[in-house]
Design a protein around this ligand. Structure first.
Ligand SMILES: [Mn+2]
Length: 338
């Protein structure tokens, strides 16, 4: 339920009203302060709330029930875009464009440090790299695990790039304490126990869309994290499963404006896993930025044919440089649009 308060509402009236809502109905009250008005979002069982009584209060401008099952992720509860601060220099959402780039898997110190330097040179502002790898086959390379995390930290030290890497299980959260953005992969999007644990920490979470997840299911997974108190959720569209087999997945470009309409959370797009083919990364990246994405996450490898995972979709540093140039040029053209 959403309650919009009149602009003249005083702090004292607001507190009294909020306490009444909590005490009478046992709901949580989420407050959003806008320039013109204050919006209260009621979370919990609102079936007992007397909507006519609320509407009759002198400080209430309007009140309406929210049909969607996601509340904290809902734009109605938070009309402005969320800006997720990662470091002093990197904030995702709110109009900026950030590129996270790096290899599918961290393979060695030399590999990750060199790629980090290269992608930074091309304008990437975050370094991606998998240490724990969820692979379709149990016989495929499973990642360097804890050693991979250490190598990512070495690359961060060398370049200053914040790091984003995937977590596979809740018992690893302590190990990820010094990671800048924790990624939840597509296969874990509905691992609700993991999501609940990530809701208890104060760190940005990159939540990838599940292979066959609807937009509402994806937002409900974000809600799981936010319900626990962690509002720092960044959504990542990475392609969905369709009948098409030419591409690894089908990039759902329409999800970007739909998420923007339904939610205030930033959206990052992964053209690499959507395409599965390196030559498709550039057009899909351009489409994503044109559709309003807040960022891109792109796989870059120094030697794609010999990559331990996802070589076919990885760009070389030189190819990445060309893609980044085009993407930033497109972004500035969009920003100067009248
Ligand atoms: Mn990959």
């Amino acid at each position: 339920m959403i309650i919009v308060l009149k602009p003249a509402t005083t702090e004292e009236q607001l507190n009294k009203f909020t306490n009444m809502l909590k005490d009478s109905y046992g709901v949580k009250v989420n407050k959003w302060d806008g320039v013109q008005s204050t919006v209260l979002g009621l979370i919990g069982d609102t079936t007992r709330v007397d909507i006519e009584y609320i509407d009759a209060q002198s400080i209430v401008e309007s009140v309406k029930r929210v049909q969607e099952p996601y509340k904290k992720a809902n734009r109605k509860f938070h009309p402005d875009d969320s800006k997720i601060k990662v470091t002093d220099s990197v904030t995702i959402g709110g109009g900026s464009l950030h590129i996270m780039a790096g290899p599918c898997s961290v393979e060695s110190e030399q590999q990750i440090v060199q790629i980090a330097k290269d992608v930074k040179q091309s304008g990437a502002t975050l370094l991606r790299g998998g240490a724990f790898k969820p692979r379709t086959s149990p016989y495929a390379f499973q990642g360097l695990k804890a050693e991979g995390l250490d190598l990512l930290k070495t690359a961060r030290k060398e370049t200053g790039l914040p790091i984003v890497t995937e977590i596979m299980r809740a018992s690893h959260i302590d190990m990820f304490e010094n990671v800048d953005i924790i990624q939840v992969g597509a296969r874990n999007m509905q691992n609700f126990e993991l999501l609940k644990e990530l809701g208890k920490i104060d760190k940005p979470i990159l939540l990838k869309r599940g292979l066959s997840a609807t937009i509402e299911e994806w937002l409900m997974s974000a809600e799981y994290i936010m319900a626990g108190g962690n509002d720092k959720v960044i959504l990542c569209e990475r392609g969905i499963r369709t009948y098409e087999t030419f591409t690894r997945n089908t990039l759902d470009v329409s999800a970007i404006p739909i998420i923007k309409k339904l939610s205030h959370l930033p959206v990052v797009v992964d053209p690499s896993h959507a395409a599965g083919k390196s030559w498709l990364v550039e057009p899909l990246a351009m489409a994503a930025v044109a559709a309003g994405a807040d960022g891109l996450i792109i796989e870059v490898h120094n030697d794609p044919p010999h990559a331990l995972s996802d070589g076919a979709q990885s760009l070389t540093p030189k190819q990445f440089d060309a893609v980044a140039k085009k993407v930033f040029a497109l972004k500035s053209a969009l920003d100067t649009e009248v």
